[in-house]
Ligand binder design. Structure first.
Ligand code: SAM
Length: 335
């Protein structure tokens, strides 16, 4: 039982965005990166970020009160373990994630009531076009989106590899594979396996250096395209992480049918997403579901809902393999 009185608990929930927007502002100013070599004064940080020292001080003081940055007796600010993850080049960096969440996607959240009433996609209402079209027109937003996927989903990769046995697959196609972080981890574990990284052309163009840096240039093909048109043939298993949750049922079935069209009977389909469970236990997936409603227009699904999608696209759902993270591997075979 929480010791916090009920009104205060609700108050924390109601004002939650004060903290997330403050973290966003600090990330936007690059404060954590500026503190990499040690504590700095507000005057120094304000000069480096073109901000007003008195107001920057209040921002960092507020963040220090929740453990993000620390102020010493001399008025200098330094990193804390939480603030350290706001640096750009650290393992597990959350900087791109906060930049993505706190900007356009935050603006779309302001439309939650409208979307729940009308069904109109919030992101399109605010920006006039679907999220992936909007991102494609803005290279810096696209770079941040790719990196943010590792920020939000990167922790899942190890858990997926621990929970699901990918051995036996000769060529694995990662459809909508983004920056390639999941596929590279699988290929690094399974040395004889080959891979296909498929995503929109501008995304695979940016992913190429990640594949080369991982030493996988000779085992991993990069293919650009649109999964609503077709996906590349030639793999004996097809995986998608956080793809199906981006789309409504009709669009999801189109993607799955396009996989079905290039697969052979008994080939495996490995969708990796959250599976919504019954009950009221805390579940990140149920909040992520709202984010999917507002941003791409998709949804998180129950096992029964995945079974229906699989069935409609010509797959049998064989099992759901939970992982130590928020996602499960929803395994199917092509009929
Ligand atoms: C939520 S991200 C997931 C990325 C990656 N699978 C991961 O788990 O980090 C969705 C991905 O779908 C890709 N995508 C969106 N529309 C697409 C399309 N029509 N064809 C191919 N890829 C698309 C995006 O570029 C993005 O990389």
């Amino acid at each position: 039982m929480s010791e916090i009185p009920v009104p205060a608990q609700l108050g924390q929930m109601i004002t939650g965005y004060w903290i997330s927007k403050s973290i966003y502002a600090a990330a936007k100013f690059g404060i954590a990166d500026l503190l990499t070599d040690g504590p700095r004064s507000i005057a120094d940080l304000a000069a480096a970020t073109n901000t007003r020292p008195d107001l920057l001080y209040r921002l960092l003081r507020a963040l220090a009160s929740v453990g993000v940055f620390a102020e010493d007796d001399g008025g200098n600010f330094s990193l804390t373990p939480l603030a350290d993850l706001l640096r750009e080049d650290v393992p597990g960096s959350q900087k791109a994630l906060v930049l993505m969440m706190g900007d356009d996607q935050f603006r779309a959240w302001a439309n939650l009531t409208d979307t729940v009433q009308t069904g109109e996609n919030a992101y399109e209402a605010v920006f006039g076009k679907p999220v992936f079209d909007h991102i494609a027109e803005h290279p810096e937003k696209a770079r941040i989106f790719d990196a943010a996927m590792t920020g939000v989903h990167g922790r899942e990769t190890g858990a997926i590899i621990d929970a699901y046995d990918f051995s036996g697959i000769q060529k694995l196609a990662d459809i909508g594979g983004g920056n390639g972080s999941k596929l590279t981890a699988i290929l690094q574990k399974h040395r004889a396996m080959h891979g296909i990284l498929f995503d929109l052309q501008h995304v695979v163009d940016r992913a190429r250096s990640n594949i080369d840096d991982a030493g996988l240039g000779d085992r991993c093909e990069l293919v650009g395209g649109d999964f609503f048109q077709s996906v590349p043939a030639g793999a004996d298993a097809y995986t998608m992480r956080h793809i199906i949750h981006d789309w409504d049922d009709e669009k999801s079935i189109t993607i799955l049918k396009n996989c079905h069209a290039v697969m052979e009977p008994d080939h495996k389909l490995l969708v990796i997403d959250s599976v919504i469970l019954p009950g009221n236990d805390p579940a990140f997936a149920k909040l992520l579901d709202l984010h999917m409603m507002l941003i791409p227009g998709g949804k998180e699904r129950t096992e029964a809902e995945f079974r229906e999608l699989y069935d409609a696209a010509g797959f049998d759902l064989t099992r759901v393999v939970p992982t130590a993270s928020d996602v499960s591997v929803i395994e199917g075979v092509r009929r």
